[in-house]
Ligand binder design. Sequence first.
Ligand SMILES: Cc1cc2nc3c(=O)[nH]c(=O)nc-3n(C[C@H](O)[C@H](O)[C@H](O)COP(=O)(O)O)c2cc1C
Length: 398
Amino acid sequence: MLRGRRVVLGVSGGIAAYKAIEVCRRLVDAGAFVSPVLTPDSLHFVTTQTFSALASEPARTSLWDSPEPSPHTALGQRADLVVVAPATARVLAAYAMGMSDDLLVATLLATRAPVIVCPAMHTEMWEQPAVQANVALLRERGVTVVDPVAGMLAGGDVGVGRLAEPADIVAACDRVLGGGDLAGLRVLVTAGGTREPIDPVRYIGNRSSGKQGHALADEAAARGAEVTLVTSAGRPAAPGVEVVSVETAAQMEAAVAARSDDADVIVMAAAVADFRPKAVADDKLKKGDGVPEVVLEPTPDILAGLGARKRPGQTLVGFAAETSDVVANAAEKVRRKNLDLIVANDVSAPGVGFEHDTNAVVLLREDGSREDVPLADKRAVARAVLDAVLDLRSQATR
Ligand SMILES: Cc1cc2nc3c(=O)[nH]c(=O)nc-3n(C[C@H](O)[C@H](O)[C@H](O)COP(=O)(O)O)c2cc1C
């Protein structure tokens, strides 16, 4: 979708400006016509020469030194897409407030093309209410935000604020323009741990944070899929992802059942409770009434139900969080539940599974073949899972 499209690449003055060089290169490689616009302060980090050499036309830095009499309107009106990577706190604020004080922000205000901003800054800056409010305002106005990721920052600090990977930024550009290798596919993802009420204030839950399921939904959307995310984790999802919030296994089952027939790919990453209290007290159980006896009953096996009514052309992916005999248990589930793929992890290993930002998994296919995905960011694991899904689907049509 990038081929032949006009992309304005805005670069502002953060330490991650060097990664914009890679973004520029990838956009050009994908066939886009790239017009770089660098803020004056970005020139402390990168040079116009580099961008002029790699892009489709010379880099611009000012409203006043361009061959066009009105460079911001010319750039803004011609653009199919404007992407700012990295977007500093200052650019986000100026854009949110409509402060047209340099060529980049003037171009952002002078365009009707879709806009993507890719913030990057130290964690303290990123978490500032002022910065978060500006980002929220831009999101509300339809701007696509490619969120910063957790990792190593300038000066050796570690935290959230690192610019998203150039490949992800280019994938977002492709998606916003209607492309991506999952374009045309409807993907249903579940995420989070369910909460099974005991009384109005207490529940039985599990440690799932929903991070892996959300990473899968975000990655599928970035690759052009039409994504529905049924989630019990109160986390944000990428723009374009339809979010259905649920709490209990029964709600998750109903939400999935209502959407599963239309889905081409179903990825059940949620940690659905296996048992729930048989009776839910109407009123809060009182300490003074003694230790309550909570009788449990099994919840519906959503994944097995989906496997039983899987339609031709549908790809069904399950997750298996195990603490022992990981591969053997997962292999048994693939067969018993009629899955195409299972993502198995040993949640007792360091950095793996629940609550972590990282995961290490084994992808087991129904034909018995396996692929090991070593410890990586959950987004990278999501990428590997979706690559395997695409591979399975292309094999099925061969
Ligand atoms: C070494 C260094 C690194 C910086 N990195 C960032 C950054 O990653 N993100 C950010 O928002 N500001 C960063 N700043 C602050 C911006 O450079 C500063 O706000 C500047 O005025 C932004 O200009 P611009 O938005 O016009 O490009 C950094 C400053 C310095 C000195």
